[in-house]
Design a binder for this molecule. Structure first.
Ligand code: NDP
Length: 474
């Protein structure tokens, strides 16, 4: 175990039922529990909803399957340009839903098995803290030297009249029929992903977003490019739209919103209204006070660089931290804590600065590192490289969409600061470049890389022309 002041002041490990109790059987919790068990300690993992957590059951996995399933409509449209004679495609939603469910159930079962085969004691029930070393699971109290909270997050439900008429991403995956008309409230990851799936599946989709351009936090040019492409693909995006209420209509639901400050009463109707306004950490029912832990105003638990809470033997990982709500980050954090507590040597710190993420909108948006706006705040001279082109997949299509690539490079050191891609398979392309950035890649090193021709990815190693050099201080 590595640098643990907690252990010295506590009773010996054998006085507890377990060495480690992990609350939450999602990505971060399962990884932490498995790794700790492999390191030879006695671990219990508690779950109350589904093994595998949000990612497997109502998140990344079903979302990606729906994205793949719905995107065939675009492939069919492009195929015509290559000479295929195909009828107007139509998606049997109920087939897709059943297929996805089956796969999700299979994967959730895999999670049961991997915990069992690692020797983790699986406990089913709602867990809460009953002290610094005590966890209550449905009336039974168990003890451990260390506790890891990995309870994830749930969809935020804004306080709006009629919000009960909306569904969240959980409800989306349970939907047995495709809505003819859908309204999505929000402009983040989930909003653009679900809107893209429905639009590709043939629904009439409207995004109601309270801001100017979707995907706040991403590079501004990327956001503008994506918004334009989504609109060109038929998604109606109403911006500055402050939703006031949701009511039942004769057929479906009516959403009333203010399109601009001071203007009220604009209403649109749809068969389904999806609330995608963010996610809140699952901490409210944990009785954190029993272990002297105070969550912040959003419910997030604060931790130090080792994921230790204010109570030294209690750790927290994943979405309950409200840092980077991404499955691979939760996995890395879970693994870090297991090794930190029980491993032979200290684990390497997680490099949050080079975590790539992909929004599985259609087209995808992949980003790693800094945005141009973050480079401005950083205050050091940087170069911007951009490329917009029509990829080969689309050259014969009736409606062409530009792929957009952008790279930001520190002018003095030549180190790549950020890469952003909008286009087909952006996520697949980005993973390798994220690895290069973890290695501290410079622009000269990318230039020295021979491209794979003809691919979209090769553009990132052939960007010779500087679009502009920006000095934030001038
Ligand atoms: P996001 O935080 O990404 O987006 C929330 C959206 O809802 C924003 O557009 C926000 O507007 C808007 N919003 C917030 N509150 C209100 C309100 N009261 N009324 C109207 N609009 C509101 O949350 P998501 O739920 O989409 O996703 C949560 C997190 O999960 C993501 O941040 C990401 O980390 C993770 N995730 C990752 C995925 C991936 O890796 N592909 C996929 C899905 C989720 P504003 O911009 O003005 O704040």
């Amino acid at each position: 175990m590595n640098e643990q002041p907690a252990q010295a002041s506590n009773p010996p490990a054998h006085t507890y039922d377990f060495d480690l109790i992990v609350i939450g059987g999602g990505s971060g919790g399962v990884r932490c529990a498995r790794m700790a068990a492999r390191l030879g300690v006695r671990v219990a993992c508690i779950e109350s909803r589904f093994w595998g957590g949000t990612c497997v059951n109502v998140g990344c996995v079903p979302k990606k399957l729906y994205a793949i399933g719905s995107a065939f409509s675009t492939s069919v449209a492009r195929a015509r340009g290559f000479g295929w004679e195909v009828q107007e495609p139509s998606l049997r939603w109920e087939h897709l839903q059943a297929a996805v469910h089956k796969e999700v159930n299979r994967l959730s079962g895999v999670y049961d098995n991997i915990l069992d085969s690692a020797g983790v004691t699986r406990l089913w029930g709602k867990a809460s803290l009953a002290g610094k070393h005590k966890v209550e699971v449905d009336g039974r109290v168990i003890t451990a030297q260390f506790i890891v909270i990995a309870t994830g997050a749930h969809s935020r439900i804004p306080n709006l009249p009629g919000i009960e008429h909306t569904i969240t991403s959980d409800g989306f995956f349970a939907m047995q029929n495709k809505p003819a008309r859908a309204i999505v409230i929000g402009g983040g990851y989930i909003a653009v992903e679900l809107a893209s799936i429905l639009a590709a599946a043939g629904s009439e989709v409207t995004i109601l977003y309270r801001g100017e351009t979707v995907l706040r936090g991403f590079d501004d040019e990327v956001r503008e490019h994506l918004q334009g492409v989504l609109q060109a693909r038929g998604i109606r995006i109403l911006t500055h739209a402050q939703v006031a209420s949701i009511d039942k209509a004769e057929s479906g639901y009516r959403v009333t919103f203010a399109p601009d400050a001071g203007v009220h009463g604009v209403a649109i109707e749809a068969d389904c209204v999806i609330n995608a306004t963010g996610r809140t950490p699952n901490s409210a029912s944990l009785n954190l006070g029993a272990a002297e832990i105070e969550p912040d105003g959003s419910g997030a638990i604060s931790v130090d660089e080792h994921f230790r809470t204010s109570t030294p033997n209690i750790f927290a990982v994943g979405d309950v931290l409200h840092r980077m709500q991404l499955t691979p980050v939760a996995l890395a954090e879970g693994m870090y804590v297991a090794h930190y507590l029980f491993g032979k040597k200290a684990p390497a710190p997680i490099q949050y600065g080079c975590v790539a993420s992909t929004v599985f909108s259609q087209p995808q948006v992949a980003s790693v590192g800094l945005t141009e706006q973050a480079c401005m705040v950083r205050g050091r001279k940087f170069r911007v490289y951009r490329s917009r082109f029509t990829p080969m997949q689309q050259v014969f299509a009736n409606r062409q969409e530009k792929t957009f690539l952008k790279m930001l490079v520190d002018d003095a050191s030549d180190v790549v600061l950020g890469i952003h891609i909008i286009g087909d398979d952006a996520g697949e392309i980005m993973q390798g470049f994220a690895a290069a950035m973890v290695c501290g890649a410079t622009k000269a090193q990318l230039d020295a890389t021979i491209g794979i021709h003809p691919t979209i990815a090769e553009e990132l190693v052939t960007m010779r022309e500087v679009s502009e050099t920006v000095d934030p201080l001038s």
